[in-house]
Design a binder for this molecule. Structure first.
Ligand SMILES: Nc1ncnc2c1ncn2[C@@H]1O[C@H](COP(=O)(O)OP(=O)(O)OP(=O)(O)O)[C@@H](O)[C@H]1O
Length: 325
């Protein structure tokens, strides 16, 4: 009976593995298909000579959305953004708020050039971003998405991954990622973890930075802080936080905000925050309120509250629970 049990158990497990293997083969086929797709004409290599980079030492970092309109190709009858005029001032934090589906994440996607606007232009220091080399341009961004993914690897590897193949800021500091030694990367990883307020809990894990993600149960907030460290390790000039601190309790969020703000100040980096929580956006230098694809209001928290417009309504709609609903 024991042998039979053994044979049945093993056969079932082989069956499961086979299914997973087939799924993985299917997914990898898709990955290669996408990787081999030719880039859209504005990013194609034949235009490379025309694609610019800006000297980092002179980069101010003013981002301007000028009359941007956008519709997703899959929903041609549903314009998402209409005539957006928006300035992200350098070294400042701009918060995007608005009802769910109002187009906040779409603005962040356009800024990273995941899509091309239907009309209007996005400018960096006065240069249209489509004239800039996309690899160079994207290397300036550190992004924490709504649902960050951690890989089955050590915490250290999960953070170091953010360094990416092309990193101007690191190169500018005399470090070459091709020849950099492990100790220097560890130093960068640790600094990023500190800036994300993650060093404390990582050090308390059974094997510290060498702990395998997957071997320990990390809370949603801990995962978000590792993802934040991954975004900060490349020393971005622009940090995009899309609901990046939503899983943190308010005390931890305040601590994370404090250390991220210190980072932004030290590096003169700009930050774009998307959030539904009042405490996340309240102290932003500028709050931009989106409503049905348009900018309805902008200003600082107090001024917007006095205005008693959409923002004040969103704050009150949270029913005192600190949510913007
Ligand atoms: N890839 C896509 N293809 C088609 N429609 C999309 C796509 N991504 C988003 N949308 C639609 O665009 C609209 C705006 O979405 P977006 O994610 O920008 O809103 P949001 O303000 O960030 O919302 P939330 O606060 O819920 O994250 C929504 O109606 C959404 O369904």
């Amino acid at each position: 009976m024991l042998y039979v049990d053994n044979v049945v158990g093993s056969s079932l497990s082989v069956g499961g593995q086979y299914r997973q293997l087939m799924q993985a083969i299917g997914s990898s086929r898709k990955v290669f298909e996408y990787a081999e797709m030719p880039p859209s004409s504005s990013m194609a290599p034949q235009n490379k000579t025309a694609l610019k980079t800006l000297p980092l030492t002179e980069l101010k970092g003013t981002v301007l959305f000028r009359n941007i309109s956008f519709t997703y190709a899959s929903r041609p009858n549903e314009p998402i953004l209409r005539g957006i005029d928006l300035e992200l001032p350098p070294g400042k934090t701009t918060a995007l708020v608005g009802a769910s589906g109002s187009g906040k994440s779409t603005i962040s996607a356009l800024l990273q050039r995941w899509y091309e606007p239907d009309a209007g232009q996005i400018l960096l220091d006065g240069v249209p971003i489509d004239d800039l080399d996309p690899r160079w341009f994207r290397s300036l961004f550190g992004v924490v998405p709504q649902e960050p993914r951690l890989f089955t690897a050590t915490v250290w590897e999960n953070i170091a991954l953010g360094l990416g193949p092309l990193n101007q800021e690191i190169a500018r500091e005399g470090l070459n990622l091709e020849t950099i030694d492990v100790d220097s990367v560890s130093q960068l990883v640790r600094e990023a973890a500190e800036a994300a307020d993650a060093h404390g809990f990582i050090s308390a894990l059974p094997e510290g930075y060498d702990t395998m993600v997957g071997d320990v149960r990390l809370s949603g907030g801990q995962r978000q802080r590792i993802a934040l460290a991954r975004a900060l390790v490349k020393r971005p000039r622009f940090l995009i936080l899309d609901e990046a601190t939503s899983a943190l309790d308010s005390r931890t969020e305040a601590a994370v905000q404090k250390s991220v703000n210190a980072y932004l100040k030290q590096r003169f980096a700009s930050c774009l925050v998307i959030a539904h929580r009042l405490s996340t956006v309240m102290d932003a230098d500028k709050i931009v309120v989106l409503d049905k694809g348009r900018i309805a209001e902008e200003g600082k928290h107090q001024a917007l509250m006095r205005k008693r417009g959409i923002y004040a309504k969103l704050v009150r709609g949270g029913g005192g629970r600190g949510m913007l609903r």
